[in-house]
Design a protein around this ligand. Structure first.
Ligand SMILES: *Cc1c(COP(=O)(O)O)cnc(C)c1O
Ligand SMILES: [Zn+2]
Length: 410
């Protein structure tokens, strides 16, 4: 019996076969993977998961590949760190970092979604993969495509951080910088996808790709001893990660792997590009697109594909949406480094800055368990800290010079 029934429209429920489709032809709603949980229930247990591989594929029963996964062999199963120093700094008791700054192979949670997308693209017999990206997805698609020996075309805004551009180019794909923002890139890719028969991981493969995000939440629950935390704070760009955190909690409960979760899912965005948080704060029922203007380029999607579903997920969980200014993002990056030794990119700064506000405003209780999803590595966005850190001292190679420096420093 098949665990994946096919695809289903999120809006009208219309069913579709397992194919590279992403939009409902009746109502234009997004399509989602439809599982047969009774079939999955027969093979899944805490024990079966615990004896699986030390990667995101230990949750393969809840991921939409038909055969053995063929990509992302070492992806996921990142550390969940008890953050005692940061907890002291924030004045809370039980704080964890889900540390995807060390996700294999490209140091962001995007390796998870790409592992599913490329396994699926191969099952669909595509020979070329592509994406519209704010940076991390580009890195992940380029790296995983190199491993899989697939042709690869990467489309990014032309003004991305150098680290993210180089960390795509190094794998040898064709990289095309577009003079425009992510939303322009995405629109262009939809048109290109109509002409070239490629697997665009976040367009025509999107329903499958998005499922990979669930593994971040599956892991942190397992790592907490099969218990869901009281709070998860996660960043949003297109809104897929937030939506899939909600789905992951629901699935683990449906399958009897955890008690009914009472987790509040909080969404963090930059003030300079926060359409999802805006909608939450304004109590709106649709997401108004914005023009991005923030140092958090990985989250700079002005017209998020899963925006309203992310808002619904947050609202239904009792969570809150919060913004972070560019200044707060920089301070939070430094705080995480100084307390926990973790260097995150701007998206992690957004998450921590928003979490701090939610604690200070009482939306997160000081003695409740909190997990922060830190989704990407700071070495890719060093520009954000340019002139925002101390400078190194420069001296000649002489002991006296060092002694003099020590005296000057007091
Ligand atoms: C893409 C990205 C996100 C958000 O992902 P969505 O699923 O599009 O909301 C968060 N953090 C980092 C570092 C990212 O690259
Ligand atoms: Zn529909």
């Amino acid at each position: 019996m098949e665990k994946v029934l096919g695809l289903k429209c999120r809006e009208c429920g219309e069913k579709y076969p397992k194919e590279p489709l992403h939009v409902c032809e009746f109502c234009f709603g997004p399509l989602e993977v439809d599982y047969d949980y009774e079939v999955i229930q027969k093979s899944i247990s805490r024990h079966s998961i615990e004896s699986g591989p030390e990667s995101m594929w230990r949750y393969a029963d809840l991921l939409p590949v038909d055969g053995e996964p063929t990509d992302g062999e070492h992806t996921g199963f990142t550390p969940l760190i008890r953050a005692k120093n940061l907890a002291d700094a924030l004045g809370v008791k039980v704080l964890y970092i889900k540390d995807d700054t060390v996700c294999h192979p490209t140091f962001s949670f995007k390796d998870r979604v790409v592992a599913v997308a490329l396994s699926k693209a191969k099952e669909f017999d595509f020979d070329t993969v592509s994406c519209a990206s704010t940076g991390n997805l580009a890195n992940a698609v380029a790296a995983h495509a190199a491993i899989a020996k697939l042709n690869c075309f990467i489309f990014i805004p032309a003004d991305l951080e150098v680290g993210k551009v180089v960390a795509s180019l190094v794998y040898g794909p064709t990289v095309v910088g577009i003079t425009g923002n992510y939303d322009d890139v995405n629109r262009l890719c939809s048109e290109i996808g109509g002409v070239y028969p490629w697997a665009f991981v976040n367009i025509n493969i999107r329903p499958f790709y998005a499922e990979g995000s669930k593994t971040l939440c599956f892991e942190l629950i397992e790592q907490l001893g099969w218990e869901a935390p009281a709070h998860i704070v996660a960043p949003a760009a297109g809104g897929s990660l937030i939506t899939k955190i909600g789905k992951a909690l629901k699935e683990f409960h449906t399958l009897g792997l955890i008690d009914k979760p009472n987790t509040k899912i909080h969404v963090a965005q930059a003030e300079g590009c926060g359409p999802i948080v805006n909608t939450y704060k304004e109590n709106g029922d649709f997401v108004k697109p914005v023009r991005p203007n923030t140092i958090a380029k990985s989250l700079a999607i002005g017209n998020p594909a899963d925006g309203i579903y992310a808002v619904d997920t947050v609202r239904n969980s009792g969570g809150v949406g919060e913004h972070a200014t560019d200044g707060e993002i920089v301070e939070a990056i430094k705080l995480l480094a100084a307390t926990e030794g973790i260097f995150t990119e701007t998206a992690g700064g957004v998450t921590l800055a928003a979490a701090k506000k939610l604690i200070d405003s009482g939306h997160i209780g000081r003695d409740e368990s909190i997990v922060l999803a830190i989704t990407g590595n700071g070495l890719k966005t060093v520009e954000a800290l340019q002139d925002k850190t101390d400078k190194p001292y420069t001296i000649p190679p002489q002991l006296n010079a060092f002694r003099k420096l020590m005296t000057e420093m007091g």
